[in-house]
Write a protein that binds this ligand. Structure first.
Ligand SMILES: C[S@@+](CC[C@H](N)C(=O)[O-])C[C@H]1O[C@@H](n2cnc3c(N)ncnc32)[C@H](O)[C@@H]1O
Length: 387
């Protein structure tokens, strides 16, 4: 399998994993008469049991992995988020939390330690995790901090039928499979995956799926440049729609990198927002390092907010990550305790990464959604007008 010379070569065991997954993808393409939608390919590359990027036993998140997320940078992120949660838990005492895609489990631990400290623990902290491997990592971390007999954190295999409380997802929407489309000569085509000579290749076909077509029609007025390639996150909006149905009362926080529609479909992004992360390097070829690299797409927050609104959720706020964390009192939190000078320097560096616009402060946004609760901190420096 080819891989770009600039990227570090995988070790032989990782390469074997990758080759095995690639053969399975070839076979699946054959079974689908030579064409797999990009969303189906991405599903396999990331989540194929035992082989996909999130399902195999290789390090992913943090220094030893491929990318670092905000909860891994500093627990201050989770504590500031904890202050937002505490406002909601005050209105719904004994309600539950439900985190999707908890990664290594750092955010769950830091949130729970903080809520315990301020006496606002939820009744339960549920986790739904697509990767069996990460679920096990989370379990080990929870045992380390809360003991083997704890019954606060519970992993669910499927969505509850009804839920009251707080739903959280940090960098999960960007990891959901997307369709790829191209607009050229007044026509949308879907970009899918085929293979020739033992290599994956892009193939196009007319858009036939009605849901995908209706999303194409929605974004058409925004496209000012052709040919225009972009991603459509049908799965993320369907997921949010399901959450809206099951939420009886409570709040949803979606934290991710992305833009509102006007910025998302800007001519500057005419090649789309698909990105691959491998050992802290970023590139845009999803057909290499299969199962060894993360594949993501930026989030279209307008599409999520519209879905939420249509499904009866209130869009409470749309904030830059920096504004959300400042509203969660991150600056005061960073003053608490008496860290030694080295820890102070580490903390200052972490704050810079989380808050500065050229780091995570501006690209990352928080969409706050509610049903019958108030989310007061989500109103601070709110940018819903951009959606
Ligand atoms: C980029 S990682 C983020 C991990 C963690 N939230 C963090 O901030 O460090 C994406 C996570 O979402 C999980 N995931 C993706 N789609 C999911 C889904 N539909 N349901 C539950 N987990 C999902 C992945 O397995 C992984 O744990």
């Amino acid at each position: 399998m080819k891989h770009t010379a600039k990227l570090p070569a995988p070790d032989p065991i990782a390469q074997q994993h990758s080759d095995k997954l690639l053969q399975l993808i070839f076979q699946t393409i054959k079974n689908h008469r030579g064409w797999l939608s990009f969303a189906e390919f991405m599903q396999m590359a990331l989540y194929q049991p035992g082989l996909g990027y999130y399902s195999n036993g290789l390090s992913k998140i943090g220094k030893a992995g491929d990318f670092t997320t905000a909860p891994e940078i500093s627990p201050l992120f989770s504590r500031a988020l904890g202050n937002h949660l505490a406002d909601v838990l005050k209105q719904l005492p004994h309600a539950d939390c439900l985190e999707f895609g908890a990664g290594n489990g750092q955010m769950a631990v830091a949130i729970l330690q903080y809520l315990q400290k301020i006496d606002r623990l939820p009744s339960h902290y549920y986790i739904i995790e697509a990767s069996a491997y990460l679920r096990e990592k989370q379990r080990q971390l929870i045992i380390k901090h809360f003991g083997a007999n704890q019954n606060l954190v519970i992993w669910l295999d499927q969505l509850p039928v009804k839920f009251s409380g707080i739903i959280l997802a940090n960098e999960v929407c960007d990891a959901m499979p997307v369709h790829r489309i191209q607009f050229e000569q007044e026509e949308f085509v879907e970009l899918g995956v085929g293979h020739t000579d033992n290599q994956l290749v892009w193939l196009t076909k007319p858009v036939t799926d009605t849901l995908l077509m209706s999303r194409c029609e929605q974004i058409l007025p925004l496209l000012e440049y052709t040919p225009y390639q972009t991603e459509v996150a049908v799965q993320a909006t369907a997921w949010l729609s399901t959450l809206a149905d099951l939420l009886e009362q409570g709040a949803i926080y979606l934290i991710d990198y992305g833009y509102e529609a006007n910025d998302y479909y800007h001519p500057m992004r005419h090649k789309g927002t698909l990105r691959c992360h491998y050992q802290h390097q970023v590139h845009n070829d999803p057909f290499i390092l299969i199962g060894l690299q993360d594949i993501t797409a930026h989030v279209d927050f307008t599409a999520l907010a519209e879905t939420a609104h249509q499904k009866g959720l209130r869009v409470e706020g749309y904030q830059r990550q920096s504004d959300f964390l400042v509203a969660g009192d991150i600056l005061n939190l960073s003053q608490q305790g008496a860290p030694d000078p080295f820890q102070q320097m580490q903390q200052a560096a972490a704050l810079k990464r989380l808050l500065l616009p050229e780091q995570m402060g501006e690209l990352f946004k928080v969409l706050s959604l509610s049903k019958n609760v108030e989310m007061p901190r989500s109103k601070s420096a709110d940018q819903r007008y951009r959606l």
